[in-house]
Design a protein around this ligand. Structure first.
Ligand SMILES: Cc1cc2nc3c(=O)[nH]c(=O)nc-3n(C[C@H](O)[C@H](O)[C@H](O)COP(=O)(O)O)c2cc1C
Length: 147
């Protein structure tokens, strides 16, 4: 099965998991970059409210034909309980009819409304075959004690 892994990372944890997975699956690996460089503050404001509203950020063109793959794996960090805004932009790239697997890296908190996240990929006409969460335990200091 020809597999592509698309991931967004801010701090590197999602990158590490995506790289591990690409070796395990023999998959092609594509890092997604946002068009505007995000500062640490920008990950909180406006990053967190945008994540909670499932707003897509602007991303740089991937330069790959995703229709050539059978399975697409998407990896993303969790911000304020929801996938970081780049996830919503990645979902918009999904060609119809693909098998999609999702993985999310979080500091230890639960993802809110996981069913809603899965439903987003389904709106693209894709079948979500797996959705898993990885606890990286790297909580940003500003969120400590709030979760
Ligand atoms: C802006 C921001 C918000 C976050 N919100 C949460 C959260 O709500 N719950 C949680 O468990 N972790 C939260 N985290 C921690 C990240 O999800 C976690 O460290 C993740 O592994 C980061 O992945 P990355 O290194 O690929 O960016 C947040 C991190 C950032 C920067």
């Amino acid at each position: 099965m020809k597999t592509a892994i698309l991931y967004y990372t801010f701090g590197g944890a999602t990158k590490a998991e995506a790289e591990r997975l690409s070796k395990e699956l023999g998959a092609s690996l594509y890092r997604v970059y946002e068009k505007h460089n995000r500062s640490f503050l920008g990950s909180f404001i406006p990053g967190c409210p945008h994540a909670m509203k499932r707003k897509a950020s602007k991303i740089k063109p991937l330069g790959v034909d995703l229709s050539a793959f059978d399975r697409i794996v998407i990896g993303c960090p969790i911000w304020a309980g929801y996938p970081a805004p780049a996830f919503n932009a990645i979902v918009e790239l999904l060609p119809e009819g693909k098998d999609v697997e999702l993985f999310f890296c979080s500091g230890g908190g639960e993802q809110q409304d996981e069913a809603g996240t899965i439903a987003l990929a389904k709106t693209r006409g894709c079948k979500v075959t797996a959705c898993r969460e990885l606890r990286t335990e790297k909580k940003p200091s500003k969120l400590k004690g709030k979760r």
